[in-house]
Design a protein around this ligand. Structure first.
Ligand SMILES: Cc1cc2nc3c(=O)[nH]c(=O)nc-3n(C[C@H](O)[C@H](O)[C@H](O)COP(=O)(O)OP(=O)(O)OC[C@H]3O[C@@H](n4cnc5c(N)ncnc54)[C@H](O)[C@@H]3O)c2cc1C
Length: 456
């Protein structure tokens, strides 16, 4: 075996989690090698440079309280910018129900609005977020796994029913183009409370009038800068297929036949991917159960160019939130002028994503365009398919993010990050006080600390 393949620690995966763990260990003098299946770093942070204007396919929003991510960006000289103008679509989008397009200003008094009197102003895409933030029993995100909150590990449907809300409210306030699960029966309320507590924490520290940050020239610049700061360069196109762990030696095998060896291995792969790796001895107990059963959210984005400003013709907002395969139609503003719509990205989530994933890319693009044209005739022949990104079918992710079904938090969460022999696990799914990119880094700091403490 080449000396280059023998290190103190092998880190599998060059996303934010793997790179954070490697940097932490290197800073303490440990010899680390990161290996990565793709030919780029970042994983689910993916700035689509080939499309121009750094359209983000993955992690974009950096909360003001993302201390780890903001800290590393500052240390490595990656400039952060206010994300608020780019997220304008959240405020401006009109709502499509069936074939009807409903202006935001009409929603409160609209006949299809099923929300209770005091909530009629709330928009469908915000409804469950506002509700979980308003009712959140967690004082802070780290209370999440406190046994006193175990009673909330029930479905969002049961919880919303418990508040006296009807099936129609649940359908419109949770079930349209869902970000977690296939519908309100499929996701744990306790997870949604963690998310709510984390969002409240971000809001509390955000500068006045700002939602948070993103990275100038694309968020992928952050993992790239992290990889550039490592002493040992990342080995690309090393798709791991098997890990064998013993008392003092762990062996990592890749699809191209390369073998790496180290006493310790950090595996930052999503469980959706880890599930198909050969691990010897096999994972056991709750952890094996978690790897097999923690679900990942399907999400598929379609990138569209526009030939004209058709929204000025029909007078509706450029962005829309729809109940069909177009999902959330985002008028992206990635140029110098925050008022200029530079392109469109549609986000199909859950069942909508499955429908698109069943089609060849160009057909899926055509289906999305046809749906937009049917809703607003002014868009006829004005949109052009550029590209599609499916996270659900990306073999290196197999989903955008992990979520928990009702009962899975109590059953799995506390034990799913335990070490297996000399393999330790990290990644966004194993962050317990935060969410998204910050969770990936939180989990990585924990495993790096565990290795360093054991070495003392
Ligand atoms: C569409 C989308 C939007 C998002 N928006 C936000 C947001 O706005 N804010 C936020 O905070 N978070 C957001 N997130 C979540 C955030 O991007 C992720 O939580 C985070 O980037 C995950 O980092 P990670 O290191 O845990 O995993 P990953 O980034 O997935 O890293 C895992 C790495 O392992 C590699 N790998 C996979 N298989 C193998 C193999 N067999 N062998 C070797 N390497 C392998 C992958 O290529 C990848 O590089 C978003 C995610 C998506 C998908």
């Amino acid at each position: 075996m080449p000396a280059d393949n023998h290190h103190d620690v092998i880190v599998i995966g060059a996303g934010l989690a793997g790179l954070t763990a490697a940097l932490e260990l290197e800073a303490a003098g440990v010899d680390v090698r990161v290996i990565e299946a793709q030919n780029r770093v970042g994983g689910r942070v993916h700035s689509m440079r080939q499309l121009g204007n750094n359209k983000e396919a993955g992690g974009t929003y950096i909360g003001a309280g993302y201390a780890r991510l903001i800290g590393v960006a500052e240390r490595l000289g990656v400039e952060l910018v206010d994300v608020t103008p780019m997220l304008e679509f959240f405020r401006e989008q009109d709502f499509v129900l069936g074939n009807e397009i409903i202006r935001q200003s009409e929603w409160a008094d609209h006949a299809s609005n099923p929300f209770p009197e005091q909530d009629r102003e709330l928009l469908p895409w915000n409804y469950h977020r506002v509700l979980t933030m308003r009712e959140c029993p967690l004082e802070s995100p780290d209370e999440w796994l406190d046994p006193k909150h175990a009673i909330h590990d029930i479905s969002m449907r049961d919880w919303m029913h418990g508040l006296g809300l009807s099936d129609e409210i649940i359908r419109i306030g949770y079930g349209i183009n869902v970000s977690f699960g296939d519908d309100a029966t499929d996701v744990s309320t306790l997870l949604m409370f963690l998310r709510a507590a984390f969002s409240l924490e971000q809001r509390a520290v955000a500068p006045q009038g700002s939602l948070g940050f993103t990275a100038k020239d694309g968020v992928q610049r952050i993992p790239e800068a992290m990889a550039g700061a490592l002493t040992n360069e990342v080995h690309f196109e090393k798709a791991v297929t098997a890990i064998t762990t013993g008392n003092n030696k762990t062996e990592v095998r890749c699809a191209d036949g390369t073998v790496y060896e180290a006493p310790d291995v950090i595996c930052s792969l999503p469980f959706s991917v880890l599930k198909d790796l050969h691990v010897d001895p096999p994972l056991a107990g709750t952890q094996a159960q978690a790897v097999k059963s923690v679900p990942y959210q399907s999400m598929t984005q379609v990138y569209l160019a526009h030939k004209s400003e058709f929204w000025k013709e029909d007078g509706y907002a450029a962005s829309m939130y729809t109940d069909g395969v177009a999902g959330m139609v985002i008028a992206a503003r990635n140029g110098e002028d925050p008022d200029e719509v530079t392109s469109f990205t549609t986000w199909a989530m859950g069942p909508n994503a499955h429908r698109l994933d069943a089609l060849p890319d160009a057909d899926a693009g055509r289906r999305v365009i046809a749906e937009i044209e049917a809703i607003r005739p002014a868009a006829k022949d004005q949109l052009e398919f550029i590209e599609l990104k499916s996270w659900g079918t990306d073999p290196h992710a197999l989903g955008g993010w992990a979520y928990f079904r009702p009962g899975q938090v109590n059953e799995l969460a506390a034990d799913m990050s335990v070490a297996h022999g000399r393999i330790r696990f990290c990644g966004e799914h194993l962050g317990f006080k935060s969410r998204g990119m910050e969770a990936a880094m939180e989990s990585a700091e924990r495993v790096a600390r565990e290795i360093l403490l054991r070495g003392q």
